[in-house]
Design a protein around this ligand. Structure first.
Ligand code: TYM
Length: 332
């Protein structure tokens, strides 16, 4: 079986619809066909200031949401990044292979450091993509299921893997990004030209999966569309309607052309009312399952303990090979 690896940050509390449609939904499907490793990336989270209590709670919450979304610990390896110390260890080695200019060109760093103020951005934030490189290479992943915003980080992973292999001998698998075209970028409901995101979106434009279902319905119904009336998929001219069609189509498994036909001659109101109902039907049981996992911390902990053990077995093997190639003296 080919191997996949991916990660999600715990910082946000609730996952948003972009996280789910862009990434987590694919994770659930891929556990059936791939040897799958999925993690909550708490090391990445502390690249910006975190309250320790909240970080711990949000890490549990992230795991509970992944389980609620359909990850099955019998079908995939689910773990917390800090439980596997090899991530930080390999990241150091990769940091030493990364050019300063190369790291400076990472667009997510540029965006985030602009937001936090260049002087207050941490060195950790700067080397964040290199830690992600280590995450992926440790597992010799063939594919990395993510949204479009992570593509540049996967390219960096390939570059560094090639560099390491070239310098020290074949050690790492070169991974490919696994990005589904339809859901690569889910847009803000209030400003459908920017991606849905915790930091960039207005509260009304952001669908949190753990919002009250009533709130979710309201947000869908007040989504920004356009002054036209035709329901047609056309990202350039009708970004709002196209985004709603993407969401509708993915959640129901109905093709976009079929939806265009179904809503021919009907107004935006009808589309939004139906989509609001579909969203509510999706988030209500999701919220309930998340609560159930949170209410049973012992089960959660034992899932994570097993996951960390399985992940470490793979990660330790790769790290010891990399250490050896680099020329570190084996510890006796
Ligand atoms: P994070 O936590 O920001 O996002 C998790 C996943 O959600 C996707 N995503 C979206 N997809 C479509 N439309 C959107 N509006 C949208 N917003 C977010 C992201 O692309 C991502 O796949 N650096 C990563 C976490 C990470 C990682 C890794 C991923 C750490 N190590 C190793 C893969 C492999 C991040 O911050 O994702």
């Amino acid at each position: 079986r080919p191997r996949v690896l991916s990660g999600i940050q715990p910082t946000a509390g609730s996952f948003h619809l972009g996280n789910y449609l862009g990434a987590v939904r694919q994770w659930v499907a891929l556990q059936e066909t791939h040897d799958a490793f999925y993690m909550v990336v708490d090391l990445h989270a502390i690249t910006v200031p975190q309250d320790p209590k909240e970080l711990r709670a949000n890490t549990r919450l992230a795991v509970a949401q992944l389980l609620a979304a359909g990850l099955d610990p019998d079908r995939c390896t689910l773990f917390v990044q800090s439980h596997v110390p090899e991530h930080a260890q390999l990241a150091w080695v990769m940091n030493c292979l990364t050019g300063f200019g190369e790291a400076s060109r990472m667009t997510q760093f540029k965006d985030k450091s602009a937001r936090h103020g260049a002087d207050r951005a941490s060195v950790g934030l700067f080397t964040y993509p290199v830690l992600q490189v280590a995450d992926i290479l440790l597992y010799q992943a063939d594919e990395v299921p993510v949204g479009e915003d992570q593509r540049q980080h996967i390219e960096l992973t390939r570059d560094l893997a090639e560099r390491f292999n070239g310098r020290f001998g074949r050690t790492f698998t070169l991974p490919k990004a696994y990005i589904l075209k339809e859901t690569a970028k889910i847009y803000d409901l209030q400003d459908p030209t920017v991606k849905m995101s915790k930091s960039a979106s207005t509260p009304k434009g952001l669908i949190n999966l753990l919002d009250e279902p009533k709130t979710t319905a309201k947000k869908v119904k007040s989504a920004v569309t356009d002054t036209d009336t035709v329901i047609r998929y056309d990202v350039g001219n009708k970004p709002g309607v196209s985004n709603l069609l993407t969401i509708y189509s993915t959640l129901t498994g109905t093709g976009v052309p079929e939806l265009e036909e179904r809503y021919a001659g009907k107004g935006y109101g009808a589309l939004k009312t139906d989509l609001a109902e579909i969203m509510v039907e999706f988030v209500t049981p999701f919220k309930e399952r998340t609560r159930q996992y949170l209410d049973d911390p012992e089960t959660l902990d034992s899932i994570l303990a097993k996951g960390a053990e399985k992940a470490r077995a793979v990660a330790a093997e790769t790290l010891s090979q990399a250490y050896d190639r680099v020329g570190f003296l084996p510890a006796k």
